[in-house]
Design a protein around this ligand. Structure first.
Ligand SMILES: *Cc1c(COP(=O)(O)O)cnc(C)c1O
Length: 455
C-alpha cells in the first residue's frame, strides 16, 4: 500500500480505529436498513410533507447512462437532450401553475422561497424602493418567515379567522406602501383552500405589493385551478412532494420557482434559452438577475424524475391524482371525525387536521398517539403543526395509497383512541416494538452524533 499511497494519507497509527470485515459491515448496514421506515414499506401520512410513492420508472429513467455520465460542464452542443429536458419541465410547470417562466435551480422548497423573495426584492428595488415588510398568515409554514427575514424583510403576521382562512379585514388594515408582498400557502397548512385568494391578490396589487404563494404542495390543485389565474406573481413548487421525486435523507430535493412575466428578468442565471437556429444554451447575460443560487442548473436527476412523472400521467392523470388525493384525505376525515376532534369545520382538501383535544382529557397527547402508531406499523402523521392548532395531528395520505392501506391506518387510529380511553399508559409509553423507545428528541436534534470518533 505504502508504495501507492503517500505516507501521510495512511491512518495506520490512528488509535482506537476498529477493524471490520466486509461481511460485518454489509450486515451492519443491511440490518439498519430493515429497522427503518420508508415509503416502499407503507403509508407515510406526514401532512404538508406529501410523502407519496416514488414510481420506479422515474428511477429507471434517471439512471440511464446518457444522463448519469453527462458532466454539467460539457459544452452546450453535447447536452442538447439534457437542456431540452430542463426546458420541457419548465414548460410543464409553467402550464400546471399558470405562470410565465420557471427556474429549476433551487435545491429545496425553502431555497425556492429565498429565491422568490430575493426576486421580489430586486423587482421593488428596480422600481426605486425595496419596501420593508412581508405579510405572512399565522397558518404559514415555518420556512416562510425564515426566508423573508433572511432576505432582509420585517415580518408581519396576519391572523386567521374562525374558518381557518386569512382574515380579510385584518389583512386590509395591514396592506400599505411598506409592504413588499404577502407570502401565502394555498391550500393553507390547515388543508383549507384560501377561498378569498383572488380578492387578496387584488388588494395587494392595488397597493403595488406582490403575491408570493408557497406552492410546495400542489397536490390538491393540479389540473383543477392554477395559482397564476388567481393573481399569484411568484411561487415555488416542491418536486419532492407533488411530483414524486424522493425526499431523500436530507438528500437532493428540488424547489423550482415560477414567476409572472414582470419578474422574469430577475430569474437566477443561467437560464436555459434557445438560439434563433433552435439550439439550447445556458444564457448568462441577464443584467437584472439575482445571480446564481445553486451549482450548475440545480439537481438534474430530480428534474428528470419529475418530468417522467408528469409525462407518464399526462394532463388528465395529474388531475385525477389531485382528485384522489382530496378524496383520500376526506375519507380519513369522515372515518375519524367522531373520534378525533376536527381542528376546523371548513372542507378539507389534500390533508386533514385534527387535534388531540378529546384524548388529552386522559393526558394522552399528540406525540403519544404518533409514537403508538409506530407499533401498529405506520409512520406517524405530522404532529404539533400547524402551530395555531393546539395538539395538531395533520394527516396527508396522498393519492398513491390503496383503500386497504387507508383502512388499516384508520383502524389503527381508532384502536389508539380506545386505548387512550381504557389503558392510557399503553399509549403514553409507546413505542413498544421498536429498537429504541422514547429517545431524547431535543438532544438528538441539538447534539447529533453523526460520526464515529476514536476513543
Ligand atoms: C415542505 C414545505 C416547505 C419547505 O420545503 P423544503 O423542501 O423542506 O425546504 C415549505 N412550505 C410548505 C407549505 C411545505 O410543505
Amino acid at each position: 500500500m505504502s508504495e501507492i499511497l503517500d505516507a501521510n494519507l495512511l491512518r495506520e497509527d490512528l488509535p482506537g480505529m476498529s477493524e471490520l470485515s466486509e461481511v460485518d459491515v454489509v450486515r451492519h448496514f443491511t440490518r439498519l436498513s430493515t429497522w427503518n421506515y420508508h415509503i416502499d414499506l407503507g403509508l407515510y401520512p406526514l401532512g404538508s410533507c406529501t410523502m407519496k410513492y416514488n414510481p420506479k420508472i422515474n428511477e429507471r429513467i434517471a439512471r440511464l447512462q446518457g444522463f448519469t455520465l453527462a458532466h454539467p460542464y460539457l459544452p452546450a452542443a453535447d447536452i442538447q437532450g439534457a437542456l431540452e429536458i430542463q426546458k420541457a419541465l419548465e414548460t410543464c410547470l409553467a402550464e400546471i401553475s399558470g405562470m410565465d417562466a420557471v427556474t429549476l435551480q433551487p435545491a429545496a422548497g425553502a431555497h425556492g422561497e429565498l429565491t422568490g423573495i430575493l426576486m421580489i426584492r430586486a423587482y421593488h428595488e428596480s422600481r426605486g424602493h425595496p419596501r420593508k415588510k412581508i405579510l405572512i398568515p399565522d397558518s404559514a409554514h415555518g420556512t416562510n418567515p425564515a426566508s423573508a427575514a433572511i432576505s432582509g424583510y420585517v415580518i408581519e403576521t396576519v391572523p386567521s379567522n374562525i374558518r381557518g382562512t386569512v382574515d380579510l379585514g385584518r389583512l386590509a388594515a395591514s396592506v400599505n406602501e411598506d409592504v413588499a408582498a404577502i407570502m401565502i400557502t394555498n391550500p393553507n397548512t390547515l388543508g383549507i383552500f384560501e377561498s378569498d385568494i383572488a380578492k387578496i391578490s387584488e388588494l395587494l396589487h392595488s397597493r403595488g405589493a406582490l403575491v408570493y404563494m408557497d406552492g410546495a404542495n400542489l397536490n390538491a390543485m393540479m389540473g383543477i385551478t392554477r395559482p397564476g389565474d388567481f393573481g399569484v406573481d411568484v411561487l415555488h413548487i416542491n418536486l419532492h412532494k407533488t411530483f414524486t421525486t424522493p425526499h431523500g435523507g436530507g438528500g437532493p430535493g428540488a424547489g423550482p420557482v415560477a414567476v409572472k412575466k414582470m419578474l422574469e428578468p430577475f430569474l437566477p442565471y443561467p437560464v436555459v434559452a434557445k438560439t434563433a437556429e433552435g439550439a439550447y444554451f445556458f444564457e448568462y447575460e441577464r443584467p437584472q438577475s439575482i445571480g446564481k443560487i445553486k451549482a450548475y442548473n440545480g439537481h438534474f436527476g430530480m428534474h428528470l424524475r419529475a418530468l417522467c412523472y408528469i409525462l407518464a400521467n399526462g394532463a388528465e392523470g395529474l388531475k385525477e391524482a389531485s382528485e384522489i388525493a382530496v378524496l383520500n384525505a376526506n375519507y380519513i376525515r369522515a372515518k375519524l371525525k367522531d373520534t378525533y376532534a376536527l381542528a376546523y369545520e371548513s372542507p378539507s382538501l389534500h390533508e386533514v387536521v385534527f387535534s388531540d383535544r378529546l384524548q388529552a382529557r386522559k393526558d394522552v397527547h399528540v406525540w403519544d398517539i404518533g409514537k403508538r402508531l409506530i407499533d401498529y406499523g405506520f409512520h406517524p402523521p405530522t404532529v404539533s403543526f400547524p402551530l395555531i392548532v393546539p395538539g395538531a395531528i395533520m394527516i396527508e395520505p396522498t393519492e398513491t395509497e390503496s383503500k386497504q392501506e387507508l383502512d388499516g391506518f384508520i383502524e389503527a387510529m381508532l384502536a389508539i383512541a380506545r386505548e387512550a380511553d381504557e389503558t392510557p399508559e399503553t399509549v403514553k409509553t409507546a413505542p413498544h416494538t421498536t429498537r429504541v423507545g422514547r429517545i431524547d428528541e431535543a438532544a438528538a436534534a441539538r447534539r447529533p452524533v453523526l460520526r464515529w470518533k476514536p476513543e
